[in-house]
Each structure stands twice: as C-alpha cells, then as structure tokens.
Design a protein around this ligand. Structure first.
Ligand code: ZN
Length: 136
C-alpha cells in the first residue's frame, strides 16, 4: 500500500568500500563524530553504519573473497562504491530509468538488508556511479 505522504528522493546511504574497518572507522566515528548505527552484514560484507544527519555512511569490508566488495577493492582499491537513494515508488522509478535507456542490474527489485526492496542501476549507464534505489 502506498503511503499518501510523498517523501521525495533523498540519499539513504553512501556505500564506501574499505580493506578493513579498523583502517577507517576511527576517522568517521572519532574524528568526524558520526554516531555508529548497528547494521546487519549483507552480500558478503561486514558493514559499519554511521549516521550523517538523515543519511548513513556504510563502510563495507569484504567478509568473503568472492564478494562484490572484495572484487571492487581488488580491482579499484578502496573508495566510494555506490550511492543509495530512497525513492517513493521503486517500480515506477525503475520503469522510468529503463525507458530512459538506463541499464538495470535488477530488473525486478530484490530484498536488501532490513527487508527493504532495492534495485541497482548499472554504472555504465549512469556516468560511472553505481546507484542503488531503495523503497521507503
Ligand atoms: Zn547500499
């Protein structure tokens, strides 16, 4: 059921690939002062969540050698991995993206961490940025 309140597209989180959480967690938590938010591990990654206002920074550490984050770090080194946007209407946004010629990694939304529906857009059709869409 759709909520009658339109919340608008906004950044849900930034996914940052790291080699090891202890390398960078103190920077975000202790130097920048972002409070830690407990998050479940997902997709072969250990995840440290940090609240930055209404958005999160998610530090993604490979927990398995064949995980997407492990491959990313191996190929490109640590750094920003993806941007996740909350959208009001995930199916509608995916349909719009497809109609606009964007390559969808997930043609059909799947369940992400916290049981929310998510889908990824391929970076080759978004100007080089892996974009995750998440339904409120
Ligand atoms: Zn994400």
């Amino acid at each position: 059921m759709n909520s009658p309140v339109r919340r608008g597209t906004r950044i849900a989180h930034l996914g940052v690939a790291v080699r090891a959480l202890p390398d960078v967690l103190p920077l975000y938590r202790d130097v920048l002062g972002l409070p830690e938010v407990p998050l479940d591990d997902a997709d072969g990654s250990r995840i440290a969540g940090l609240a930055a206002g209404d958005s999160l920074v998610e530090l993604l550490e490979p927990a398995a050698a064949d995980s997407p984050i492990a491959k990313f770090v191996e190929k490109r080194g640590p750094g920003i991995h993806h941007i996740c946007f909350y959208v009001d209407d995930l199916d509608g946004t995916l349909a719009k993206a497809k109609a606009a010629g964007v390559t969808l990694i997930d043609e059909v939304p799947r369940l992400g961490a916290e049981g929310k529906r998510i889908a990824f857009l391929h970076p080759k059709s978004t100007g080089g940025v892996l974009i995750e869409l998440c339904e409120y």
